[in-house]
Ligand binder design. Structure first.
Ligand SMILES: *Cc1c(COP(=O)(O)O)cnc(C)c1O
Length: 370
């Protein structure tokens, strides 16, 4: 597979953000993007890296009406000696193709994923932030591109990757969040789309999240759609509860996404000898533990924040403060270890890191050009 590279000339590159403490999340994009086309009779063709910029789509394009689209999210981290680390992107690749299968979209070949990521990040490595906690967010996605407003699967698709620098999630240290348990809305039904990263799930969550925010909470805690009894996820993160020394988390499946941070967290806890249980857990069991004083910690897991401690749970109109409302020791230890592996400061016994090759000479050259 040969990627055609239309590199942006130095004079046309956009200025890089100077103040990395003000990066935020999802507002700035790097100079280049990857785009590859699939057509029913041709398969994948024309892999290209070109300047980040607008797409041209007919108003009748399937993705705009029926949401035939999937995405992934991962990060590239710059280490102290300027190597560029991807964290478990093989898992993002597998999940992407599982999402594609569920949405009746074509599978992306491993070689295309690998080569596109390597080339794109090599070309835009100067966009990978230097300050602690900041990173380059990588967003692979696929969209249906056929113009057709009858309902059917598209006969053509784009597979694309865009990247952009994002700031430290906790620039001033951990900030435990306030969470509202919702019984009014549900996110995903059994055998539906909850287990895949597709637009519909996030569109379905927007109103619930706005209402929670208006009531003074950061995110929604989702219960199962059938009975509103079992806990599933928090916002777009997986959730864990430490009860009497054991970490309990809901199983993944058609209503709960198989998070890679969740999997990494469970692996570390097992390494450390902390008992873990993957099982259904009801909101009643959590409230009982809270009332008995055995609910030690609650935290979300996901690529954006890594670990997000929950300080307050609001359930049926009452605020419950978890332990002292601060960050628990397990959450803190997990955050420290996972980020240390990501930034190359800790050993990587599970082979979670894959390095993007950027020749030293090229790095020096770009540094001079800046
Ligand atoms: C992406 C996502 C997660 C977290 O997955 P990671 O691989 O850890 O980033 C959890 N839940 C939902 C709904 C998600 O979209």
């Amino acid at each position: 597979m040969e990627i055609k590279i239309n590199a942006v000339p130095d004079g046309e590159k956009r200025p890089k953000p100077q103040d990395e403490s003000k990066l935020g999340f999802g507002k700035i994009y790097s100079d280049h993007m990857f785009i590859m086309t699939w057509e029913k009779d041709k398969g994948w063709h024309s892999p290209t890296i070109q300047q980040y910029g607008p797409l041209s789509l007919e108003p009748a394009t399937i993705v705009l009406h029926y949401g035939q689209t999937i995405f992934e999210g991962l990060k590239c981290y710059r280490t102290a000696d300027n190597t560029f680390n991807l964290f478990r992107d093989d898992r993002n690749f597998e999940r992407f193709n599982e999402s594609a299968a569920r949405l009746d979209m074509p599978q992306v070949p491993r070689e295309a994923w690998d080569r596109a990521l390597q080339e794109l990040i090599r070309l835009d490595h100067d966009w990978v932030p230097r300050s602690g906690g900041a990173s380059l967010y990588v967003r692979p996605f696929m969209i249906a591109t056929e113009p057709y407003i009858g309902l059917k699967s598209s006969s053509s698709f784009y597979f694309m990757i865009i990247t952009g620098p994002v700031g430290a999630y906790y620039p001033e240290g951990f900030n435990p969040v306030r969470i509202q348990v919702t019984e009014k809305y549900s996110r995903a039904g059994p055998k539906g789309l909850g287990g895949v990263k597709t637009a519909a799930n996030y569109a379905a969550s927007l109103l619930a999240e706005k209402e929670a925010q208006q009531a003074g909470y950061t995110q929604v805690l989702w219960l199962d759609a059938a009975e509103a009894k079992y806990v599933e996820e928090v916002g777009s993160m997986n959730i864990m509860f430490k009860i009497g020394g054991t970490v309990v988390t809901p199983p993944v499946g058609s209503t709960t996404l198989a998070g890679i941070t969740r999997d990494s967290t469970l692996q570390l806890l097992r390494d450390w000898g902390v008992p873990v249980e993957e099982r259904k857990i009801s909101i009643d069991e959590i409230m009982d533990a809270q009332n008995e004083g055995t609910l030690e910690e609650v935290f979300g897991t996901g690529t954006a924040a890594v670990i997000s401690p929950v300080g307050v749970l609001n359930y049926r109109g009452t605020d419950y403060t978890i332990a002292d409302g601060g960050t628990g020791s397990t959450a803190e230890k997990l955050f420290d270890r996972i980020t240390a592996v990501q930034y190359g400061r800790a050993p990587d016994p599970h082979n979670w890191i894959r390095t993007v090759r950027v020749p030293q000479a090229q790095q020096a050259q770009q540094a001079v050009a800046r």
